[in-house]
Design a protein around this ligand. Sequence first.
Ligand code: BG6
Ligand code: MG
Length: 217
Amino acid sequence: MENIQYKCAIFDLDGVLVDTAKYHYLAWKSLAQELRFAFTLQQNEALKGVSRMKSLELLLGFGGLSGLFSQEEKEQMAEKKNRLYVEKIMCLKKDELFPGVLDFFRHLKEKGIKIALGSASKNAPLILGRLEISGYFDTIVDGSQVSKAKPDPEVFIWAAQNLNIPCESCIVFEDSTAGLKAAKQAGMKAVGIGTPKNLPMADLVIASVDQYIPYLA
Ligand code: BG6
Ligand code: MG
């Protein structure tokens, strides 16, 4: 990947800055248990980056239960999952921020590169608060502000527009297939956080955001 000087780094939250992906998984898994089917980690990959209601649809599909519930019942299920999830993230500790994140943020600030959040989660402000990192962001776009979920590029385009930066000058850090697709659709560079096997469409795959420090021009 070329050493372009990007003007803005946009971060997904869950699975990129903090391992809340495991809490999402545990909450969906207990809902699946109540509905009497098993939900595997492999299946959970498809839910990453996906909005709450879309995740529920996928989960019900895995359990062979698509089309069996009314909208009201589905909303109740999604609320229940969220209660379980919020219970877990209310106990989130500052030190659960992935190692190297603050170091990377400081490097970006030194280079004058803006920092943005582009998350599908409506719980993003709560999580940023628990981690005490809200102050690092020049703009925050989360699931309560967008109408179209990833892989739609809306969340990333909003972040760029809020900062008056063209999309081609933005680089996105994402751990999900849906998020990487969204970044590409927005015309942004897409860096995958994870393994090349799970994220084949990324422009580059690294294990954690600070591994991008040597690429900063
Ligand atoms: C994304 C997660 O960041 O946010 C998904 O990767 C989650 O797993 C989505 O479903 C919506 O989150 P929330 O907190 O609004 O239910
Ligand atoms: Mg994510």
